[in-house]
Design a binder for this molecule. Sequence first.
Ligand code: NAG
Ligand code: NAG
Ligand code: NAG
Ligand code: NAG
Ligand code: ZN
Length: 302
Amino acid sequence: MHLSSVIFGLAGLLVSASAKPTNNTAYKHFDCDVNISRASEHFNKTVRLMHSGAFKAHSGSQIAGHAVRDASAGPIVVDVAFHIVTTAAKAGSITQKMADDQLAILNKAYKPSNVQFNRIATTFTVNDAWAVGAGSDAAAMKTALRNGTYSTHNIYFMTDLTGSILGTCSLPSDIGPGTPAPSTYITDGCMIQANTMPGGNIYGFNMGMTAVHETGHWMGLLHTFEGYSCTGNGDFVSDTPMQSTSTDGCPAKPPKDSCPQSPGVDAIHNYMDYSDDSCYTGFTGQQNKRMANMWSTYRLGR
Ligand SMILES: *[C@@H]1O[C@H](CO)[C@@H](O)[C@H](O)[C@H]1NC(C)=O
Ligand SMILES: *[C@@H]1O[C@H](CO)[C@@H](O)[C@H](O)[C@H]1NC(C)=O
Ligand SMILES: *[C@@H]1O[C@H](CO)[C@@H](O)[C@H](O)[C@H]1NC(C)=O
Ligand SMILES: *[C@@H]1O[C@H](CO)[C@@H](O)[C@H](O)[C@H]1NC(C)=O
Ligand SMILES: [Zn+2]
C-alpha cells in the first residue's frame, strides 16, 4: 500500500477544500460602523439611566415586566442562528467546521459573562447579491433567512460584505408592546465578513473574534472609544477607561493611552475595541452587568 500517496492525496484535497489564511490587505483596520448616533431614542435614554445608576425596572426600562437581572441567576442562554451566505464563486469555501469552531469561540468568550449561545440552525445560501448586502439586498436577505424572535441572535456571515467593514450589528431597542410581527424588527442582527470565522483568510482577524465583538453590540455594548473623546460619557460603562481613539493591532508595550489625563490606559484587550483577534482577552465586570440588564430590558421573552 502506498501510504505516502494516500497522505499526499489527502493533503491536496484539504488545500483545495479550505482557503489558506493569506494577508488580505483590504482589512488592516477593524471597522464596524456601530455607534450611538445609530441607536434609538429609547436605547439612548436607557443607557444613560443604566450609566447613572438610576436604572430601575418598570420606570427606567418602560417595558413592563422586565426586571433588573439578578446576578445569581443562571447563565443567560441565547438562541443563535448562523447564516452562511456566499457568492457562487466562493460556494463551499465557508465550511460547517468553521461555523462549529465559531460557535465554540463565542461560547468560550462569553462564559465569564455568564452568557451562552444555543445554536438552533446553520443555513448555507449561495446568492451573489446577498453575500455583499448592499442597499436593499441586506433587508431582502434577512427577510428570507431570519429565524426566531427578537431574543434570537441571527448572524449573517457574508463572503463579500459591503462597506470595507469586518462587521456591523444592531443595538437592542424597544420593539413595542405585545408580540410584534418579526417583520417589524427584521433588520435586527449582525452582518459579518465570513472569512473572520476561525480558519478564514483575513489575516489578523480570522480567529472568530469579529463575531464576539459584534455580538457585544447586539447585547447592548458600545465601543470602548465611543465618542472618540476624553470627555463625556464615552461608552456609558463605568469601569472602562476613557479612550479617544480606536486601536489597531495590539500596542501593548508601551501601553497605549489616548487619554493620559484620565485614569487607566486604553482597554486594548477589550472585546469592544478594534484590536487584532489575538489581542482580545475579555469584557469588564460592568460590561457583563450591562449586557445582562440590556438583555432583560429588551430581549428576554420577546
Ligand atoms: C502577513 O503580514 C504580517 C505583517 O505584515 C506578517 O508578519 C505575516 O508573516 C504575513 N503572513 C502571511 C501569511 O503572509
Ligand atoms: C456613527 O455612525 C454613523 C452611521 O453609521 C456614521 O455616519 C458616523 O460617521 C459615525 N460617527 C462616528 C463618530 O464614528
Ligand atoms: C442618541 O444619542 C446620540 C448622542 O449621544 C445622538 O447623536 C442621537 O441622535 C440620539 N438618537 C436619538 C434617536 O435620539
Ligand atoms: C429555524 O430554527 C429551527 C430550530 O429552532 C429550525 O428547525 C428551522 O429549520 C429554522 N428555520 C429556518 C428557516 O432556518
Ligand atoms: Zn463595533
